[in-house]
Design a protein around this ligand. Structure first.
Ligand code: MN
Ligand code: MN
Length: 455
């Protein structure tokens, strides 16, 4: 078998693998929403000398800039030595993860509690989100434009939230339902409070919490209308396994790849081709919206770069530059799980600890909806990995006709550039606790940095 077990064949890297994971865990804990990840990336880029494109009047080879889109997605560039027209080397990952979003009119009182109604975001197994500690992250924007940033449930002293589930003693009917119906979408409601306000010796739960919201945050019930509040698991990223070889955390799809790509461009040398990082939003709901990968933001950003490089007709120039570009769509892959071996075809599955996973194609039912990278480009990428001694493997998303999925690769491909899916194998994907191997995270970093710097 051509693939290498990193823990055996690259054991000399052990300390580097372990220390790289520490920074990664810190990122996972600081970036639980697309907004938080964008802020983290901006801070890290600035520390490394990247400037906001708005701050510079012209650009030359070696310059480093970034552009932020609505606080939820970000691109960064290192201007290469060759003309931009010869193409960019692009790393694209997404910074949104499956979660529960608070509805626009969420608050209600029932029994001895108040609740917040949610609408789930992305593909989840709903039953996995009950009976675990949850945190609230996001913003409430008032009509006058005041923005209140909310993070509750992350500090040791913070309260947490949750969704109740039925005790097994009374779950006879529930347990007879299909797994998809055990918890209905409308039952994914967050327990918000329990203290009543005393009005004429009667408990008023909603009045109490509205009063508290007013006092603590200065918000009215109506302000939920213009909020984006995301419910995410409240636990922190931890080492997983007695040997500490893995990481357990929420949000590793796709923040594992987002972190690796960010680190790759932070550490990349100025190379022949212009390097580009794209951390996109909305992948989990189809890459739609102004901050999703389908948005013109991507092309517009390259055009803005071309403009600052002094090219006339920058938009046309950008389109031509993209046609000559090469991209890695960096997203997680379904790692082989021995406990569910029946859904995988092992030799074409991502194995934890065997390095970067390349998916030539994704899709479902006969590769439908997939990018399916060109063999010539796969060869180009293979050579980069081998030349830099990066452990890699190839995979499909499970057995043929078992299911499937997609990434942002096809969107890059729409710009007529070469692109392949590359990423990290994940167990428990889309669950509140996703698992990765520290070895794969580190090999990803080496591989993507080599790709950015490739001739
Ligand atoms: Mn993903
Ligand atoms: Mn996903």
């Amino acid at each position: 078998m051509f693939r290498k077990n990193v823990w055996i064949e690259k054991i000399a890297e052990f300390d580097k693998i372990m220390s790289f994971a520490e920074g990664y865990k810190s990122f996972l804990n600081q970036g639980k929403t697309e907004r938080e990840c964008t802020l983290y990336a901006e801070k890290a880029l600035r520390q490394q000398g990247f400037l906001n494109l708005n701050e510079v009047s012209s650009l030359k080879s070696g310059d480093k800039v970034y552009i932020i889109n609505r606080g939820k997605s970000i691109v960064a560039f290192i201007v290469g030595q060759k003309p931009l027209m010869e193409g960019l080397h692009v790393l694209g990952a997404h910074i949104d993860s499956p979660r529960l979003d608070i509805k626009q009119n969420p608050l209600y009182e029932s029994g001895q509690f108040t609740y917040l109604d949610t609408h789930y975001y992305g593909g989840i197994k709903k039953y996995q989100w009950t009976a675990i500690p949850l945190a609230i992250h996001g913003v409430i924007t008032k009509k006058d434009g005041t923005k209140i940033n909310i993070v509750i449930g992350e500090d040791e002293n913070d309260p947490v939230f949750g969704i109740t589930d039925l005790l097994p003693h009374l779950a006879k009917d529930q347990m007879n339902r299909n797994a998809g119906d055990i918890i209905a979408g409308e039952k994914l409601d967050i327990t918000f409070s329990h203290l009543p306000m005393n009005k004429n010796n009667k408990p008023h739960y909603k009045d109490y919490i509205l009063n508290l919201l007013k006092q603590k945050y200065g918000v009215e019930e109506e302000d939920f209308i213009s909020s984006e509040l995301e419910i995410v698991p409240a636990f922190k990223a931890k080492d997983y396994g007695l040997d500490r070889s893995m990481i357990a955390s929420y949000g590793q799809d796709d923040r594992s790849c987002a972190y690796i790509c960010l680190k790759a461009i932070l550490d990349a040398k100025v190379s022949d081709y212009t390097s580009m990082l794209y951390l996109s939003d909305k992948e989990e709901i189809g890459s739609v919206g102004s901050t999703g990968a389908e948005s013109r933001f991507f092309v517009n950003s390259v055009a803005k770069l071309a403009e600052k490089l002094g090219h006339r007709d920058p938009y046309f120039y950008a389109i031509k530059a993209l046609e000559n570009s090469k991209a890695l769509s960096v997203d997680v892959s379904a790692a082989y799980d021995p406990l569910f071996a029946e859904v995988y075809e092992e030799k074409n599955s991502s194995l934890l600890g065997y390095g970067v996973t390349f998916n030539k194609y994704t899709g479902s039912r006969g590769k439908s909806g997939s990018n399916d990278a060109n063999a010539e480009f796969v060869a180009y990428v293979r050579k980069i990995m081998d030349d830099h001694d990066v452990a890699y493997q190839t995979a499909e998303l499970g057995k043929v006709d078992q299911g499937g999925g997609g990434t942002i690769a096809f969107i890059f491909a729409n710009h007529n550039m070469d692109v392949i899916d590359a990423g990290v194998g994940v167990l428990n994907m889309h669950s509140p606790m996703e698992i990765t191997s520290k070895a794969d995270i580190y090999e990803g970093y080496l591989g993507y940095k080599a790709f950015l710097e490739a001739k």
